[in-house]
Write a protein that binds this ligand. Sequence first.
Ligand SMILES: [Zn+2]
Length: 166
Amino acid sequence: MSMRSLYKARGAFSNKWPICAICVDRTRGRTTEVDLGYGVRVWLCETHASSEFRNFRAGRDFVLTLQRIWQANACLTAARHRALQAHLAAVRPKAREAARTLPGSYAWPAQRAAAERAWAAGTPLHATLQHACDPRRYGDARPPSRRTIRRWHAQRRWVARSTRSP
Ligand SMILES: [Zn+2]
């Protein structure tokens, strides 16, 4: 049975700085004190203090990890909770922007137009669902869900178009 402890791991890292709050006994190299606002500070290694880790998955990785650590230490105070929520909020707009620039992952204009042409021609919804969700038609992009296609169908844009044109 292996019982990991910092006592056993002593010598593996410097005593000059506190250990990384996330790495604990796997801490390597120098750590820095990171200010999260609301009077909340945490010591982290270079990797965990990096903006790459802090912004990864829209900040959810960073926030969930610290939340669980502070829970385990029974010190998830209101200030720490607020600091984590503030971090999520600060990171979110960037994440949305990145999602918007991903080609084809949030909009399927060509696929939608093709489906609407089929519906305008009288093809029933269920006959188009399979084809419209087929992942092979979307390459690396995420195909629309059946729910999305049902929404396109319910919005009936082709009806509005055909009444507008002479
Ligand atoms: Zn670390």
